[in-house]
Design a protein around this ligand. Sequence first.
Ligand code: BEZ
Length: 270
Amino acid sequence: MTHDSQPAADSNSAAINSADWNAEHYRSRHAFVFQSSADLASAWLEPQAGERILDVGCGTGELTRRIAESGAEVVGVDASPDMIAAARAGSSLAGLTFEVVDAHALAYPDEFDAVFSNAALHWMKPLDTVFAQVADALKPGGRLVLEMGGAGNMQTVIDAVNHATATLGLPELPHPWVFPTTAQLATLLESAGLRVGRTHWFARPTPLKGEDGFRAWLEGFGGAWLAPLNDADREAVLAEAEAYARPKLWTGTEWMADYRRLRAVAVKGT
Ligand code: BEZ
């Protein structure tokens, strides 16, 4: 989607196939996802001992574990059984549990003091359903603390794939993510009964490890996006997209992805 399209109304609910996730690939090639947002789990969330906290889209559970170290009781949920298996295989901690749950069907009425989410919500169309579920899961006065891709996130990669399909005479492939503007996110949150207290959109140029970093990113995260292509077309699109992106994202020594982040804190009305 483009920056100004409306996330909730986007009917391309290309729900990621949770079986597509490869936890090992994610953890080894994309550790920046949890490393760069550590302060979200500490300074933004400020977890307190004794609180009950839900981590939505917890992935392999690194930040979930960090939150639980505060003494809070933490439940990490993710739609991918592979991610939850990897999270459970990590070191155990009192008060830390992981469950395979789709965020569109949380079913934890009034249970949590806080809901946390990092780098997961942009996969979850339609977002209005997810925020309604989050609001339901929060106790009155409970807080949602989130980071997701914001408007303009990975725009050069999106442009590169669109350029590649057009150049090769292939149909355009709509990407599966939602990257809202601050105003769009605020509208979604307020519509779910969550009062927005703080938002922050910012650029986070992000190195993608290795000469093959651009491809590795697309292979790690773009599986659902490129799935309509046969093997030969997929290879051609990857090569063409990489050539298009090189002058924009290759610094001479590494790939630098144009990540754009959007953070928010919102409180369930009493
Ligand atoms: C992100 O964290 O911004 C992101 C990750 C995978 C796909 C798209 C965006």
